[in-house]
Design a protein around this ligand. Structure first.
Ligand SMILES: Cc1ncc(C[n+]2csc(CCOP(=O)(O)OP(=O)(O)O)c2C)c(N)n1
Length: 593
């Protein structure tokens, strides 16, 4: 049977066909749908972990117990999981272990565009890179075979275009005859204290060499000869672009991009007059080829930042003087379409909005974090001063407080969401209490991991499988950690929100404020309650624009002849949160009867 699947759906299918027992992940675009799709395969124990390191720890445990395990994360998630990953390279596996790293060239929804191919070389583990959904499924299955054959974790790298675009996949049956998981003790291999690790390191080096030779025999690394004029070495989605733009060029399509099959590359180089590498982001393949003494052109003509596109590749090759009959000059359809701008904004009724309005009014210096609330940076709320990575906000606020004057200390407020607090923010809070730093922390508990598409987390009360779960009580957790000043506020009450934040900013002690209103998009019944929608009394609206200061998409401006204009509320969008009504001094906004 055939199906049209996205790359993420195909990886989930591959995990099923490979007989995976355990799948663990922390959400992050573009990887999230892998676990969301894996739950249809009841044979797999699938769960969200509180962060990527824990998801890998779970996967390692499953592998050591003899089951096949898949862990998935976005590229920056690998930074969080990197500590166990480096040492897992030394221990190797028992049941196969595959780590999916979903990279995001062009930063469609990420804070950086790090090229995680570098991790494969750094960690000394093999990495496979599919070019379409069929390969996503097949490479997932192959990755488990390689993992067990070479006693190594295997990384599977996708990028946003591969994760989210769809193509045809042939569906198969799950593999049979895998060994039953059971406890097997092997401390010399699995306990990495120095004496044991010293024995393992040379084995890792040996493994890389063997994998390089093995790569040359794999048909996922294949030469496609079409002529002698130019040869292009490529992998991943750039392979598709190369085929579109340079249909007559010979290609060496690499499916295993680390370690590189250097003898195969040498052979390919000898068959063509001019050799190029077309790869997104870093000159990862190019540098290794050059280091092997093979002459090749890559980043001299192609950009190092951002995604490649068919158009960018075409322009680069034309500029490089590659003869015109090799480069397809036809118009690339998707380019230059006049799409309307869609600046990101918090949803109408988002419980984060009022908090940022208050922070703006209080002129707070906000160390921010990653979640929907990062949009508090955008005008008109304009109330975020820093944002680095998940969980950084609290620690950063402590650092700022340590260096600024006593007067300025009071201005510093850390803002973080529930999922992010439990991911890595919690350690910052420990530092705050342990070192008694008089910081103010606001935890925006909207009971969901909203930004990545509403995934459950340990404070939401449900699991990935939609089963009721223990719900961590965040205020109680903070108290248990030793924060004496913990208060819960209703962020839709602007006056109370502002005065609570002001009081805690002025308190010369550590304090935590937790907001307790759920995300408007939480689909679970009874969690979010829509209030009566609001309406503008046109004759009372003076056109002062105060209500526009919260940036709610439900409020629109209507020009009026001879007047400044008046506000109007789009009833379809309004959630009845009531925040705008509290801003109108002229009582021109009221609940619709
Ligand atoms: C290390 C890492 N993992 C995953 C992500 C993707 N991501 C961005 S924000 C976020 C969590 C947001 O949830 P929460 O803090 O509860 O805020 P909300 O969006 O619900 O307001 C995630 C998982 C990331 N940016 N970095």
């Amino acid at each position: 049977m055939k199906a049209i699947l996205s790359g993420n759906e195909a990886i989930a299918r591959g995990a099923y066909e490979a007989g995976v027992k355990v799948a663990s992940a922390y959400p992050g675009t573009p990887s999230t749908e892998i676990l969301e799709n894996i739950i249809q395969y009841k044979e797999i124990d699938a769960s969200w972990a509180p962060n990527e390191k824990v998801s890998l720890d779970v996967g390692i445990g499953a592998s050591f117990g003899g089951g096949r395990a898949l862990v998935a994360m976005k590229h920056v998630g690998v930074n969080v999981a990197a500590d166990p990953l480096f040492t897992l390279s030394y221990t190797g596996v028992n049941g196969g272990l595959v780590l999916v790293t979903a990279d995001d060239p062009e930063m469609h929804s990420s804070q950086n565009e790090q090229d995680n191919r570098n991790y494969a070389k750094f960690i000394k583990v093999p990495m496979l890179e599919p070019s379409d959904s069929r390969e996503c499924k097949e490479f997932t299955i192959l990755a488990f075979e390689i993992s067990e054959k070479f006693d190594t974790p295997v990384m599977l790298r996708t990028t946003t275009r591969i994760s989210h675009s769809k193509s045809i996949v042939e569906l198969g049956e799950p593999v049979q005859g895998l060994p039953e998981p059971k406890l097997v003790r092997n401390a010399a291999k699995l306990v990495m204290l120095p004496g044991n690790a010293r024995v393992r390191h040379p084995l890792v080096e040996e493994r890389v060499k063997k994998l390089g030779e093995f790569g040359a025999t794999l048909d996922i690394n294949r030469m496609e000869m079409r002529g002698k004029e130019i040869g292009i070495i490529t992998s991943g989605v750039p392979y598709q672009y190369v085929r579109e733009i340079l249909p007559k060029a010979s290609t060496l399509k690499l499916g295993m991009i680390y370690p590189l099959p250097m003898e195969l590359i040498r052979k390919f180089a000898s068959k063509v007059k001019k050799l190029f590498v077309v790869e997104e982001l870093d000159p990862f393949i190019e540098e290794q080829i050059k280091a092997a003494g093979i002459s090749v052109v890559g980043k001299e003509i192609l950009p190092i930042c951002g995604e490649l596109t068919p158009g960018r590749i075409r322009d680069a090759f034309i500029k490089a003087g590659v003869i015109a009959e090799l480069v397809s000059t036809g118009k690339v359809e998707s380019e230059g379409l006049p799409l309307p701008g869609r600046p990101p904004n918090m949803c109408p009724g988002c419980p984060h909005r009022g908090v940022f309005f208050a922070l703006n009014q209080l002129k707070a210096y906000v160390t921010g974090d990653i979640g929907c609330y990062t949009l508090g940076f955008m005008p008109p709320l304009s109330a975020m001063d820093t944002c680095i990575c998940m969980g950084a906000s609290i620690g950063m606020s402590l650092g700022v407080i340590k260096v600024v004057s006593d007067e300025e200390k009071k201005k510093v407020v850390a803002v973080i969401g529930d999922s992010t607090f439990l991911h890595t923010g919690i350690n910052g809070l420990m530092d705050m209490v342990y070192n008694n730093v008089p910081a103010t922390v606001i935890i925006l508990d909207n009971r969901i991991t909203a930004m990545t598409g509403r995934q459950e987390n340990p404070a939401s009360g449900f699991t990935l499988m939609d089963q009721p779960a223990n719900r961590i009580d965040i205020p109680d957790l903070c108290r248990a950690m030793g924060v004496k000043n913990v208060r819960t506020i209703d962020p839709f009450d602007l006056t109370a929100t502002k005065s609570a934040i002001r009081e805690e900013m002025n308190r010369p002690e550590p304090s935590v404020i937790v907001t307790d209103k759920p995300c408007v998009l939480v689909k679970r019944e009874g969690v979010y309650k829509r209030g009566p929608v609001l309406t503008v009394l046109e004759e009372q609206c003076t056109g002062c624009r105060a209500c526009l200061k919260i940036g709610c998409p439900a409020i629109v401006w209507k020009p009026v002849e001879g007047k400044k204009g008046i506000a109007q509320i789009d009833y379809q969008l309004c959630s009845g949160c009531d925040v705008c009504r509290q801003l109108c001094k002229f009582e021109a906004i009221e609940r619709k009867k």
